[in-house]
Design a protein around this ligand. Structure first.
Ligand code: TYD
Length: 141
């Protein structure tokens, strides 16, 4: 695994996706390596989140992701070991790009909040860092 440890909050950004407005209903799309800086290898979604619950609470060693609020709203808190920043997502034509080695937590889900996550790698448990102290050590901090 080629781990890039030096990623920071500054490498994370909100990306606005195309929105085709139409009286029949709006349409948005996303293309890997075009709108977002990686090839999409996996998509998963989080839904039916009970009030007050948190998701995430981990970093990935070598995996970038793009987080979209397909429905409703929630907050994504990012932490690079030096700095924390919270992004509120509530529009389905905006997404948050998060590279590897950034700790992230998703919380404050609204009713019907649905998170779509596009990932640059297939699922492997080995790609996760779930222990915050181990994350800080891996960042060299
Ligand atoms: P996890 O990534 O910890 O969820 P979150 O970050 O939203 O809190 O995943 C929860 C469980 O689902 C864990 O047991 C691994 C499993 N899982 C898969 O099997 N495949 C996947 O693509 C994902 C994202 C999770």
């Amino acid at each position: 695994m080629n781990i890039i440890h030096a990623t920071t909050i500054g490498d994370c950004n909100i990306i606005q996706l195309p929105k085709i407005s139409d009286p029949r209903g709006n349409l948005t799309f996303v293309e890997g390596e075009n709108h977002i800086p990686f090839e999409i290898k996996r998509a998963y979604w989080i839904y039916d989140v009970p009030g007050g619950e948190k998701r995430g609470g981990h970093a990935y060693k070598t995996l970038g992701e793009f987080i979209i609020a397909l429905s409703g709203s929630f907050d994504v808190t990012l932490d690079d070991g030096n700095e924390k920043k919270t992004f509120s997502l509530n529009r389905s034509y905006f997404g948050l790009y998060v590279p590897s080695m950034v700790w992230r937590t998703i919380e404050n889900y609204s009713t019907n909040g649905v998170t779509l996550i596009l990932a640059s790698e297939h699922y492997t448990p080995e790609n996760y860092i779930r222990d915050y102290a181990a994350f800080i050590t891996a960042k060299g901090l």
